[in-house]
Design a protein around this ligand. Sequence first.
Ligand code: ATP
Ligand code: MG
Length: 191
Amino acid sequence: MGDSKKVVVVGIPGVGKTTVVTKLEEMLKAAKIRTEQVVFGTVMFEEAQKMGVKSRDDMRKLDVKTQKKLQINAASAIAKKSAPIVLIDTHLFISTKEGYMPGLPNDILKALSPTNLVLIEASPHDIISRRQNDPTRARDVARQEVIERELLIAKAMLSASAVVAGAAIKMVTNADGKADECARELFEALK
Ligand code: ATP
Ligand code: MG
């Protein structure tokens, strides 16, 4: 796993992580670079289902201790992947009733040891409309001020994660209708 890049891709819900990572994976594969894509939340949900949780969006309602256990189980499963590029689609923080809980606390970062941290951003206006118009998910609706605060917290969490992991930070904008361009920029940075 010496030359393997572990790329953690983060950004607030609805910014377009899964969309961009899926396109990036296609570009890397077309360039014959063996790539594995992992959605951290999906691996967490697989662990949660073992505890009887029915819906992916119900995971946020679990208590902090249970969410923590699920994160550690998911990180251990992902740490076993060994492709030259592993793309890990995840969240920097989760809003719980007790406050913002880091998605990448120290123990999770240690388990994953990412080489790269990618933050995907978009304008609050675009994020709101993406959350409202996504037919595939039961998303929370948020006001502009809430989104702006989430974007700030994302950057703060990103800096803290980079220092702990010793990983490079790359920030990219996923502008409306331009997910391909966003993926292309990441492809050029990571290939
Ligand atoms: P989550 O954190 O909840 O998993 P996400 O960051 O992975 O969200 P996506 O599911 O990729 O976000 O995208 C959310 C919605 O926004 C989807 O309906 C997707 O099609 C749309 N979307 C993503 N990128 C763009 C873009 N550049 N232009 C327009 N719509 C987009
Ligand atoms: Mg997603």
